[in-house]
Design a protein around this ligand. Structure first.
Ligand SMILES: [Zn+2]
Length: 372
């Protein structure tokens, strides 16, 4: 037989951010089947019996302002700080890192928002928040127990500085729109964008065409306490874990709003004032999750569309949504890292899972979870 060595490679470059991914159609035909070769993340704590974070009251430190606590999550101070002047922890109160309900995730995000508010009040000169959630050692987590890190720093991390710079450049060269607006519209044009909304509270999500890592989803919402953002993030992560077999992931958020600069960030965006007002205090309104369905309130609505019908702000200028990025970190059983020279030096990436496979899994999850 003649050897078949002809393959279709699609290279996608975001012209605004220069993010770049190379998809090989042969590799992307199927999502990776992580679980078949995996025994799961190794738990060195004997199911939580020797887990520092299960015993958080005794074995984790408090910040100078105390803890922010809700029924399913609590914050603490990070004993091994690198973020200056404030570097905290956010812990689920339950042990298993891949098992979390909408209510547990809503509390996890809401106490994080409360921590940022407290840290900001204690360090008014530090203006750069960064939310980090590594799940599994392949993703950088040092503890099995589900937890994230919260940083408020004097200097922005490079990704935040670049995003701010790129957004300013895009707005200056494209009157009346914004980087975020065009990001959603470009994905909507090919069927890869959705909006989850309840009234004026909205979260847009896209299966990224130029992902830095596998199964990348970008979520654009008002903030960590937005019920639409919380429900969207839960649906995305559950789709990845339950439908696509992901066992290790990163989730981080840039443009995290601080209480006293929300007005500046959101006042120019038509239609977002109500959502902003609901999330100003960070904690008190953070129990939304999927309660719109569970508690008989107004249900979330999920829309797909080609752009104009996605309920984006009438003018993109001045719109600075919080932007969360979620990625799979590959196979637990694989001894090879998913970060090589292409990523570390070239800042490019190989696409594994077809974004259209990813958005279908998210659609199924949204339909099952939100009835949308
Ligand atoms: Zn634990």
């Amino acid at each position: 037989m003649e050897k078949q060595n002809s393959q279709l490679v699609v290279s996608v470059t975001n012209r605004a951010t220069l993010e770049q991914t190379w998809f090989n159609e042969v590799r992307t035909r199927k999502p990776q089947t992580f679980k078949t070769a995996s025994a799961g993340i190794a738990d060195p704590t004997d199911g939580g019996k020797r887990c520092d974070f299960c015993a958080w009251q005794m074995l984790t430190a408090e910040d100078a302002w105390g803890r922010v606590e809700r029924p399913h999550a609590v914050t603490g101070s990070n004993l091994f700080k690198y973020g200056e002047p404030a570097h905290g922890l956010v812990l689920f109160k339950h042990h298993e890192p891949l098992a979390f309900t909408p209510e547990q995730l809503a509390d996890f995000l809401s106490v994080s928002a409360g921590w940022f508010a407290a840290a900001s009040a204690a360090h008014p000169d530090a203006r750069h928040p960064f939310f980090i959630w590594n799940c599994g050692p392949r993703a950088g987590a040092s503890q099995y127990h589900g937890h994230g890190q919260l940083m408020l720093t004097n200097v922005a991390v490079p990704a935040q500085a670049l995003l701010t710079q790129q957004a300013a450049l895009h707005a200056a060269t494209h009157s009346g729109t914004s980087l975020y607006h065009d990001l959603v519209r470009a994905h909507a044009a090919v069927g890869l964008a959705r909006v989850v909304r309840r009234g004026e509270d909205r979260c847009w999500l896209v299966a990224h065409l130029a992902p830095q890592k596998d199964m990348e989803v970008l979520l654009l919402g008002p903030g960590l306490t937005s019920p639409a953002f919380q429900a969207s993030l839960h649906a995305v992560l559950r789709a990845m874990i339950d439908r696509l077999g992901v066992e290790t992931f990163n989730c981080g958020a840039l443009n995290v709003p601080l209480a006293d600069d929300r007005e500046v960030h959101f006042s120019a965006a038509n239609g977002l004032a109500a959502a902003d007002a609901n999330s100003v205090d960070g904690v008190a309104h953070g129990n939304g999750g999927a309660d719109g369905v569970a508690n008989g309130g107004a249900a979330f609505e999920v829309l797909a569309g080609s752009g104009d019908d996605l309920g984006l702000p009438a003018s993109g200028a001045g719109w600075r949504p919080m932007m969360a990025r979620v990625v799979s970190r590959g196979k637990l059983a694989s001894p090879a890292s998913d970060f090589g020279c292409l990523e570390v030096v070239g800042h490019a990436s190989i696409g594994h899972t077809d974004p259209f496979v990813l958005i279908r899994a998210i659609d199924e999850q949204l339909a099952a979870a939100l009835g949308a």
